[in-house]
Ligand binder design. Structure first.
Ligand code: SF4
Length: 375
């Protein structure tokens, strides 16, 4: 296939749905977690659950970079933005995530802080060059996909000798989050989140390759199929997982072979390894404090580390009481289980991070009307 609409072909989708229905055994259940928010979005957008037999259940995972940022890190960013002479910039969705007292970066901007939306790290660098009298801080978030551009920006800032540019680094790691889910008490002991297999992320895997998932398949006996973001990609990955489970296999398979290799992008990995190192621990929304699950800037590039340049509160803050984002990110609840969903909490008035980004499970359910059938 060559063109995007071929990956959305309804006739082929029906053929795949029929194959899944034929191969899924009626006496067993298939609980499949799509780790990545991009897949959650595609699953809601194309109504994939409606094409699956009742025995195949999709569970949404924590792979939405905006959703997993805990309130404490938003508060830290607000605190940096409020310091005199600072321009704080980041991607659009991040600016809308509510922190403590529902204060987002956009609200801080309305109160006078200089907060700006950028589309890339290049935009952030340009801001620093255009405002030599101001401190420009890029609020960097995301999984392995967005880490290499941040590394490029740090190297470029060093090469240009920029004294007024720094990064508030919040880059997190996919394999650590998958391991945390598999080792959580809910999965290991209580069995309240039955997980039979994973759909592995698409974009992240173009960088890290499919090799890092081999550990989970082997150690936890859970099959992983790396899949693209189009509906036929997701349907085919579901069929591949159902087949593996029927055959008692737990292998790593690559449905997204048009973009992902076993080793990934070695150049990007080398760049990241040059600039970043593992943090001993990092707090995630939903998963709590996860050891070695995030990156910080290495000593040779310390001058570009906003956490060394600015004092931040660094507090751990509990989520809004009524918000179920934490449980949704661990696969324990669905957006429809939250009493605030589509009533108090909407994309225009988000109470939690899962309603902010298009990759968030609550935003995906809301946007594609998946709550209307249930109401
Ligand atoms: S609907 Fe809103 S309040 Fe409820 S879990 Fe989702 S983001 Fe949180």
């Amino acid at each position: 296939m060559k063109y995007i609409d071929e990956f959305r072909d309804p006739a082929l989708a029906r053929t795949l749905a029929a194959a899944i229905a034929a191969e899924a055994r009626p006496e067993r259940r298939y609980h499949l977690m799509e780790f990545c928010g991009g897949h959650t979005h595609a699953i809601s957008r194309y109504g994939i659950p409606d094409l699956l037999p009742a025995t195949v259940k999709m569970i949404h995972g924590p792979g939405c970079p905006v959703c997993v940022l805990p309130i404490g890190r938003i508060d830290d960013a607000v605190s940096i933005a409020r310091q005199p002479g600072v321009i704080l910039c980041s991607y659009g969705d991040v600016l809308r995530v509510p922190g403590s007292d529902r204060l987002s970066l956009l609200k801080a901007k309305a109160e006078g802080a200089d907060v700006r939306m950028v589309y890339s790290t290049t935009d952030a660098l340009r801001l620093a060059e255009e405002h030599p009298d101001r401190q420009v801080v890029f609020f960097a978030i995301g999984f392995e996909t967005t880490t290499p551009p941040t590394a490029v920006a740090i190297r470029a800032a060093k090469a240009k000798g920029l004294q007024n540019f720094s990064i508030f680094c919040n880059h997190v790691l996919t394999p650590a989050a998958i391991q945390n889910i598999l080792e959580s008490p809910e999965v290991r002991e209580l069995g309240t989140v039955p997980l039979d297999g994973f759909i592995g992320p698409a974009h992240v895997s173009t960088v890290i390759g499919s090799r890092p998932y081999e550990f989970f398949a082997e150690e936890y006996r859970k099959p992983v199929v790396v899949a693209g973001f189009e509906p036929l990609d997701v349907m085919q990955a579901i069929l591949m997982l159902v087949r593996q489970l029927n055959e008692g296999r737990s292998d790593v398979e690559n449905q997204f072979s048009r973009a992902v290799s076993r080793d990934g992008n070695l150049k990007a990995q080398a760049l990241v390894a040059e600039v970043f190192e593992l943090r001993p621990s990092f707090e995630w929304r939903g998963l709590g404090v996860v050891p070695y699950s995030a990156l910080r800037i290495k000593a040779p590039y310390a001058e570009f580390d906003a956490e060394r340049r600015f004092a931040v509160p660094g507090r751990s803050v509990a989520d809004h009481k009524g918000c179920a984002c934490g449980a949704i990110l661990r696969g324990l609840k669905r957006p429809l289980d939250c009493k605030l969903f589509a009533t108090v909490c909407t994309p225009e008035n988000p109470m939690g991070s899962c309603m902010v980004s298009a990759e968030g499970a609550c935003a995906a359910y809301y946007s594609y009307g998946r709550f209307r059938d249930v109401a």
